[in-house]
Design a protein around this ligand. Structure first.
Ligand SMILES: [Zn+2]
Length: 482
């Protein structure tokens, strides 16, 4: 995520701060007479910052979402077909869902009971699902989907735009438009099919497989084959102009609100051309582009205040400048393909995406990465500076709460850590280390401890002092040369 030309939104505490239940719930529900004692799946995966997010007892392999959306009145009808594998014998399991009305649910075609409490939707199948079994849950729902508003007024979830809507999920908003296992550790493939009034275009992740208009309504069927964290799933509905092109072998789909195409802003760019240039440059630095398509959604959503790296097609709330495209494209490797194991590891997303901006500036004849590092170090700690104000407030891999997960230490100081690793091991080893990281964890999850180990293994150096000073030290390190 990146703030777009205005102060970075201070992201927020969420409505889903359930108590840490974890495996404790496993003993609460008596088993059916399965060969193995069946128990209810946990109501959260135990994320250190968002303990209620996600659910235990299963992993999702595929989401099939069939949505019908009418912008006038913000009416959504949905059917979610969720293919999952049980990791324990399940008498019941949870999905995360906020708002909306559940009309029916079934497991493997048989009606299932549902109960709701807060953002937890508990599904109780007619008979227990055995450990290791693949099972399909279908949930039919409808209603008026809502945005989640943070303390600073920034929004995620289902956000109505000036003339349409968009689903934005970092860190918890996806539960406002479909039920699921909404934690980044459970990645799945997606087929998102959206029907909208014919004057609208519905854009989602991956590639457009079908577009069909009948009786004044158009259906767009999108397929996203690679594993995707649910916070990166999106649907954007608007009156878009669509441009398709290619970047090498990669098809590029850019949907633009015409009001943003006509912008006179000095720093706005030709988005398809910039994607082409950035994709080639970042592939050289980070390794092969991890997805089979690329693109962008350039919306007219002036109240949002940020961009998000939604998978294959980053979402921009207005015409982006070059640095923003560089940032959101870098996330396709860092965050989207290599996804944080928990939200505490988010500096691995934002540190790399911010560092990509530094390197782009250097390559483009602006400040060198060394100079930008020095500017961050010397830049003081003025909270009014949305770039480096507050970067010493906490160590990047240890946000004190979920509300701080998008704060400056995770971005600017995260990039500083990477720059110091680069200086310690040299360019050749650093970029080989980065490419090995994106290769080893391609389409997976990884955490901070793995990253540190990886850097040390790749370089053969003890990088403890570098990480102690720049990643773990509380407050500003005493010397820029430490
Ligand atoms: Zn970002």
């Amino acid at each position: 995520m990146a703030a777009a030309r205005r102060p970075a939104p201070r992201r927020r505490l969420l409505a889903c701060a359930l108590p840490l239940v974890l495996a404790l719930t496993a003993s609460c529900t008596s088993a059916s007479h399965d060969e193995e004692e069946a128990a209810a799946g946990a109501a959260g995966v135990g994320d250190p910052l968002f303990p209620g997010l996600g659910n235990g007892g299963y992993h999702v392999r595929h989401y099939g979402l069939t949505l019908d959306y009418v912008p006038d009145g913000n009416r959504l009808k949905g059917k979610a077909v969720i293919k999952a594998t049980a990791t324990q014998s399940l008498s019941a399991f949870n999905l995360d869902l906020k708002g909306l009305t559940v009309r029916s649910a079934s497991v493997d075609g048989k009606a299932a009971r549902t109960a709701r409490k807060g953002t937890e939707l508990t599904v109780t199948p007619e008979s227990a699902v055995g450990k290791g079994r693949e099972f399909t849950t279908t949930v039919v729902y409808d209603g008026v989907p809502q945005a989640i508003e943070g303390a600073d007024g920034s929004q995620e979830g289902w956000v109505e735009t000036d003339g349409g809507a968009v689903g934005l999920g970092e860190p918890t908003g996806s539960m406002t438009w479909f039920p699921g296992n909404h934690h980044p550790s459970d990645k799945a493939a997606y087929d998102i099919t959206v029907t909208v009034p014919e004057e609208f275009t519905a854009v989602a992740n991956g590639e457009l497989k079908r577009k069909e208009t009948k009786a004044g309504r158009t259906t767009f069927a999108w397929h996203n084959d690679e594993p995707t964290a649910s916070y990166l799933a999106t649907v954007a509905v608007g009156r878009f102009d669509v441009a398709t092109s290619r970047s090498g072998d990669i098809p590029v789909y850019v949907a633009t609100d015409p009001r943003e195409a006509e912008t006179e802003a000095d720093d706005s760019v030709d988005v398809p051309g910039t994607i082409d240039e950035v994709l080639a440059w970042e592939s050289g630095l980070f390794g092969p582009y991890p997805f089979r398509s690329a693109g962008a959604i350039v919306d007219h959503n002036p109240d949002l205040g940020y961009a998000l790296e939604t998978q294959t097609k980053p979402y921009y709330d207005s015409a982006p400048d070059e640095a923003l495209v560089v940032h959101e494209m870098a996330h396709q490797w860092f965050g989207n393909s290599v996804t944080p194991r928990t939200w505490r590891d988010m500096w691995l997303n934002e540190g790399f995406a911010t560092y990509a901006e530094w390197m782009w500036e250097e390559k483009s004849g602006g400040r060198s990465a060394d100079q930008i590092f020095a500017d961050f170090y010397n830049g003081g700690d003025d909270e009014s500076d949305d770039e480096n104000g507050g970067i010493w407030a906490f160590p990047p891999a240890d946000p004190p709460s979920g509300a701080k997960v998008s704060d400056p230490p995770v971005y600017g100081r995260g990039a500083m850590v990477l720059h110091k690793v680069r200086k310690a091991v040299g360019d050749k080893v650093f970029f080989a280390t980065v490419r090995a990281w994106t290769k080893d964890h391609r389409h997976g999850n990884a955490d901070t401890a793995q990253f540190i180990r990886h850097c040390e293994e790749q370089s053969g150096k003890d990088l403890g002092p570098v990480f102690d000073t720049w990643l773990r030290h509380k407050g500003k390190p005493p010397s820029i040369n430490a």
